[in-house]
Design a binder for this molecule. Sequence first.
Ligand SMILES: [Zn+2]
Length: 76
Amino acid sequence: MSEQLILEPTPLNAVDRCDRCGAQAYVRATLLNGGELLFCAHHAKQYAEGLKPVVAAIQDETSKLTATASISSEDE
Ligand SMILES: [Zn+2]
């Protein structure tokens, strides 16, 4: 039961957390080996380049983040 056919990605929601900092995740990276990584907008940007060689698909929902325009403590 380890095989998955990803036809329709599940939308990210509040229980999905960034693997790096624990903030709410807005990007899901599906890896070539079938694994999955979740990132907040901040870390998605930070790791985008490094992940390219191993990523099969990126589900980017950061537009949700900008749509709500909540001010966070992200340093930018
Ligand atoms: Zn993060």
